[in-house]
Design a protein around this ligand. Structure first.
Ligand SMILES: Cc1cc2nc3c(=O)[nH]c(=O)nc-3n(C[C@H](O)[C@H](O)[C@H](O)COP(=O)(O)OP(=O)(O)OC[C@H]3O[C@@H](n4cnc5c(N)ncnc54)[C@H](O)[C@@H]3O)c2cc1C
Length: 477
């Protein structure tokens, strides 16, 4: 094993391309990859992070549309080893990006990241018990692979008829920059998920008119974004060196998320009543029924968290329409039923195509089909040795599980180092999987997704009971 943090450059030559050796290759410098790098450093494992972009941050670097922000309390979404203090609960993407950069700087992670280096394939060889990772900038060899490539790559763009004759612009939020202004232009924002709810009030500020066009309504929960007195107290004690109150705060926030999730799923009628009360007084009963009463129950799909959305709707700055797009005409969108919406710019907040493994994955030269693969505790895939892919839960802050599963990987790696073991795996087998939530974007790609098991999908209990390391449950060699 090389010394902590080092990569041996060009020590081995395969053909003409030098292969760089290290113990762990991490793919992606988003919140998952940076978190993995922190734990690798803390446990003394040499590593390199390969990042396709020219900066770190992943989602929080690439999503630049108006109003891009998180909808998890950032004090809980930030890492447990560096909880973030702020007067605001939810942070915008620039603040999150700054935070991730500060983590990478503070823990000397930055110098381990190879930017503009896209992984093309990663191949495990059971004879050498090593990975060889091919990128567009050379190859790397390592004992372990940690995949933090995120779960989406390309934007999802539905097809509409009549777009050829439309003289306005159609742009996906993925390609939209918040610096753009739309003076004198009618903007139609298509979507009803978190992106649309974050973007709508901000787009209303910079356009002549803003209509949010949704095929079907979502449950929307408006918050006052100010941190509570309890939060500020815990944060203040944390900055004075008392770490415990912040740990309590984070545990409380996670337990609250999980309790609401379970409570809403168990008592859907009470949950629906709760949302009706939440919107009563902002919109008329008819509007409530038409635009804010989904056909499904709360937490069957992710619940967008709004800031300033209610006010924008009340003032008429954001107009909500619930209808299906029939076609585009020259200067408008024609809805099923015949109504026309004037439209100069159509912004698609229609989400992404899910893609859990964004490079070719091979074991002994055979390409691994990850569609429907068994995915143990959101970290190990069936039949893929020495491979870890930490993922979050759908209903709460990503890091609450991605960190726990990364720590689980460290326990395995430490066990292997101390027992002279070179290989760990779980068997490939068929498992049943019902996702904890069932939004369209998940259901669309469900057959392609890994099948998660070994977790209750509730971080507050999983993190206590499910990430105990039991060597007998894994296959070592
Ligand atoms: C607008 C928006 C708001 C969100 N809000 C929340 C929220 O409030 N709470 C929450 O928990 N989650 C939220 N999410 C989900 C969010 O994506 C995850 O929380 C988290 O950021 C995932 O981090 P990641 O590092 O795994 O993936 P990403 O952030 O997607 O980063 C993956 C990185 O891997 C790199 N990469 C990919 N493929 C390769 C390759 N082949 N070679 C090299 N590098 C590669 C990418 O360039 C990228 O930098 C939100 C997502 C969006 C889009």
């Amino acid at each position: 094993m090389l010394s902590a943090g080092s990569v041996d450059h060009g020590e081995v030559h395969m053909g003409v391309t030098p292969v760089q050796d290290t113990t762990v290759v991490v793919i992606g410098a988003g919140i998952t990859g940076i978190g993995a790098a922190y734990y690798l450093r803390a446990n003394g494992f040499p590593y390199v992070v390969l990042e396709a972009n020219d900066d770190l941050g992943g989602t929080w670097y690439t999503q630049r549309w108006h109003g891009a922000r998180c909808d998890s309390d950032f004090v809980k979404y930030s890492y447990s080893f560096k909880p973030h203090s702020s007067r605001q609960c939810l942070l915008d993407r620039e603040d999150i990006h700054r935070y991730l950069r500060s983590v990478a700087e503070e823990f000397s992670i930055l110098e381990h990241i190879r930017f503009e280096t896209r992984v093309i394939s990663a191949s495990f060889d059971t004879d050498t018990q090593c990975w060889v990772v091919h990128t567009d900038r050379g190859s790397f060899r390592s004992q372990f692979l940690i995949n933090g490539n995120g779960y989406f790559s390309l934007p999802y763009v539905p097809t509409f008829s009549g777009t050829d004759s439309f003289v306005g612009e159609i742009v996906h939020t993925f390609d939209l920059d918040a610096a753009r202004r739309f003076p004198g232009q009618h903007v139609v924002l298509v979507g009803s998920g978190s992106t649309a709810i974050c973007a709508a009030p901000e787009l209303a500020r910079v356009s002549r008119s803003m209509t949010m066009l949704q095929r079907s309504p979502s449950y929307i929960y408006e918050i006052d974004n100010r941190a509570t007195v309890f939060m500020r107290l815990c944060q203040s004690l944390h900055t004075r060196g008392f770490a415990f109150p912040m740990r309590v705060l984070r545990a409380y926030l996670q337990a609250r998320d999980d309790a609401i999730f379970v409570g809403f799923r168990t008592f859907p009628r009470i949950a629906r009543w709760y949302f009706r009360k939440h919107w009563t007084g902002t919109v008329s009963p008819a509007e409530l029924k038409e635009h804010f009463s989904p056909s499904y129950s709360p937490w069957e799909q992710r619940i967008p968290v709004a800031i300033g959305f209610k006010d924008a709707v009340r003032r008429g700055a954001v107009r909500v329409k619930t209808a299906t797009i029939e076609r585009f005409s020259v200067r408008s969108i024609v809805l099923a039923g015949g109504e026309e919406l004037a439209c100069d710019v159509c912004i698609l907040a229609t989400g992404f195509q899910l893609d859990f493994v964004q490079f070719e994955l091979l074991v002994d030269g055979v390409s691994v089909d990850t569609a429907g693969i068994n995915f143990y505790k959101g970290i190990m895939m069936g039949g893929v040795p020495n491979y870890f892919q930490p993922v979050g839960v759908w209903h709460s802050a990503w890091t609450q599980r991605s960190e726990a599963s990364t720590r689980f990987a460290m326990k395995i790696m430490n066990h292997m180092a101390s027992h002279g073991l070179r290989q760990v795996s779980i068997e490939r087998k068929a498992v049943r999987y019902t996702p904890a939530i069932t939004p369209n974007y998940l259901m669309r790609d469900l057959p392609e997704l890994p099948r998660l098991y070994g977790s209750w999908e509730l971080p507050s209990v999983d993190n206590l009971f499910r990430y105990r390391f039991e060597p007998r449950k894994l296959n070592f060699a």
